[in-house]
Write a protein of this length. Sequence first.
Length: 128
Amino acid sequence: MKLPIVDENTIEALDLPGRRLRWVITNGNTDARHCTMCVIQVAPGQTVRPAHSHPDGEEVIYILSGSGRVMIDGVVEPVKHGCAVLFPQGSIHMLQNSGSEEMKVACFFAPPSDLSTYKFFEQVTFPD
């Protein structure tokens, strides 16, 4: 059995459009069977892109630091440190750092997810 404790700093970061992403909890490193979790870092002014959905599951994000806004199916709302957001199954969503400091976000997925399970919507952007 693999240890269920993972130090995010031991996980290689992926440089993706608008964020750095570390898959912290996966079946591969903890034997998790029903969920996955990643941490993203979003620099000021950056938008996690492209817009996407999770056709087969839900995502919950928790803002660890920073502030910005989320868009869920075209509705935009502000978020800040301490906010939790549910992205319902199939909802098209985006996250943007509109603050002056780095935004750090924990992202939880059930059932387990990885980038191959995302559905992308290149044409969707935040409204001005």
